[in-house]
Design a protein around this ligand. Structure first.
Ligand SMILES: Nc1ncnc2c1ncn2[C@@H]1O[C@H](COP(=O)(O)OP(=O)(O)OP(=O)(O)O)[C@@H](O)[C@H]1O
Ligand SMILES: [Mg+2]
Length: 507
């Protein structure tokens, strides 16, 4: 009886896509009733391995053991029949269906005749368990990214999983939602549910996991008790070398005003927003998720109904009615919703990169060669890791899709760059590269605005922070005032500055 009791076990699993092998003989077990974290760089193979366990794709070779039995899974239903449920990293929801319909998708109550009332009731209960107040009858299309994430989790909970796989569940969640989720994970563990947890947030991994398994380049480099590793050691194991400081030394704004927004209101989301960004500046927008930061920029770009006093870019009054207008005027926006609004995931990498700048490549005929050169350069510049380049964007790992999205908006050589959650789903090493890139953009005289739910990131990167609460700028912090306590006090309404929006006129 010395054999440990594994809820699931991988034995020499390999996986190839075409000629490229991405998992090379992976073997490890997940103890029944534990929380095991799976960490590794973008593209290390975490999601691929979990899709194998979740029944979404077969291994090329090797064996999967579930609850002591060899398992050949032909579909996610096969996996569910064995109690294994995967919560996808990239959402897998039907936009046109309601929350409740999504939660029960494929196993609707009431046979042919759907019983909406019962589904809504049960969906409501599953959501309540997550501490979310969300109408089960709302259409998924209308939900925010964090809300979609919570619906994905509720969907898995409603399936009574014995082994629950969560692929970066907190990438889009606030601190509070994350805490609720952690409470739930601990409770599920005490009920004997086995949890496999993928995250790039190593502090979370430290707080939550019993065991940590590190994947690097498709192979296991270590599996062992979480208690024996610090987050810093985890990061080093992931990248295979000693990581340096995360944040570059901050630069100074050089003076010239690059962006001035006056009196922007987005009905239901933001009102009276006035601010200025200077050349060389990295400006952060802090606030709780749902405070209206994303909607504010969507309004500015004309993606939502809005009223707008004035906008100046590099001193020139501009009209912004679409992201294309904005890009032409020198302002680009990286959406937090990479799959919904950022990339065309079914298209290949090349059109994804150059779509915004098609004009450049379309003279006189579409210049495929120039596009190809641009792609090769972008892959190098942004460290996009992809086995081959002629694949659709959906074949990239989550973090590498993010790098592609970033490369794409920078293709137009903008003056003002707005990045909404730029490091979501990005591994520690790549995160540092993105920070460095932001720093370089500012140092070269551009202005960068960062919206992030990671406070440490804002504090480490930005020279100045605007705190948004319920659609208004409630505080402006720089220098020594720019610390965690101050931000949280403003963000939660514990501290209220003057009712005036910050920076009414540029200095
Ligand atoms: N359908 C596919 N076709 C071709 N290559 C693929 C496909 N799916 C994944 N890959 C490749 O397999 C490798 C592992 O990807 P995977 O998504 O498992 O990484 P990951 O560890 O989950 O990364 P991340 O942290 O960025 O989510 C990557 O190189 C990726 O490009
Ligand atoms: Mg992944």
């Amino acid at each position: 009886m010395s054999q440990p009791s594994y809820a699931a076990e991988f034995k020499s699993i390999t996986k190839s896509f075409g000629p490229v092998e991405v998992l090379h003989g992976v073997s490890f077990g997940i103890l029944a009733g534990e929380v095991q974290a799976l960490i590794g760089e973008n593209g290390a193979g975490k999601s691929t391995l979990m899709k194998i366990l979740g029944g979404y794709q077969p291994p090329t070779s090797g064996e999967l053991i579930i609850a002591g039995q060899p398992a050949t899974l032909h579909s996610s239903r096969d996996a569910e029949a064995r109690g294994v449920v995967l919560i996808h990293q990239e959402f897998n929801l039907a936009d046109d269906l309601t929350v409740a319909q999504n939660i029960f998708l494929g196993r609707e109550i009431g046979g042919a005749l759907l019983n909406d009332a019962a589904m809504n009731r049960e969906a409501g209960a599953a959501l309540l368990r997550l501490g979310v107040t969300l109408d089960p009858r709302s259409r998924v299309r209308n939900l925010s990214v964090p809300q979609k994430q919570l619906v994905e989790i509720a969907k898995a909970l409603a399936r009574q999983a014995r082994v629950l796989i969560m692929d970066e569940p907190t990438a889009a969640l606030t601190v509070r939602e994350t805490e609720v989720l952690f409470g739930l994970i601990r409770q599920l563990r005490s009920e004997g549910v086995t949890i496999l947890y993928i995250s790039h947030k190593l502090e979370e991994v430290k707080a939550l996991a019993d065991t940590v398994t590190v994947l690097r380049d498709g192979a296991v480099v270590q599996t062992g008790p979480a208690a024996e590793l610090t987050p810093h050691q985890m990061a080093n194991l992931m990248v295979g070398r000693e990581l340096e400081d995360m944040f570059p030394v901050k630069g100074q704004p050089t003076g010239q005003e690059l962006l001035h927004v006056e009196d922007l209101s987005v009905p239901g989301w933001a009102r009276g927003i006035t601010f200025t960004l200077r050349a060389g500046e990295v400006l952060g927008l802090a606030g709780l998720v749902g405070s209206g930061r994303t909607e504010l920029f969507e309004g500015l770009l004309g993606l939502r109904p809005r009223t707008l006093g004035k906008v100046r870019i590099a001193g020139k009054a501009v009209r912004l009615n679409s992201p294309q207008d904005a890009a032409r005027a020198g302002l680009v926006y990286l959406s937090e919703d990479r799959k919904g609004k950022g990339l065309l995931v079914d298209f290949k990498l090349r059109p994804n990169l150059t779509l915004m700048t098609l004009e450049h490549y379309a003279h006189p005929l579409l210049n495929v060669k120039a596009e190809q050169v641009a792609l090769t350069k972008a892959v190098g510049d942004y460290g996009i890791r992809s086995g081959r380049l002629d694949v659709p964007a959906s074949a990239l790992s989550g973090g590498n899709q993010q790098k592609l999205a970033l490369a794409r908006i920078l293709e137009v050589n903008p003056q003002v760059i707005v990045l909404d959650e730029p490091t979501r789903g990005v591994d520690v090493g790549a995160k540092r590269e993105i920070y460095l890139l932001i720093h370089q953009l500012a140092a070269s005289g551009k202005g960068v605005i960062v919206v992030s739910s990671e406070l440490a990131e804002l504090l480490g990167l930005c020279q100045r922070l605007l705190v948004v609460r319920e659609g208004q700028i409630v505080g402006e912090l720089s220098g020594a005032e720019m610390n965690e306590q101050e931000v949280i006090q403003y963000a939660t309404g514990l501290k209220v500055a003057s009712a005036q929006p910050a920076h009414r006129e540029s200095a």
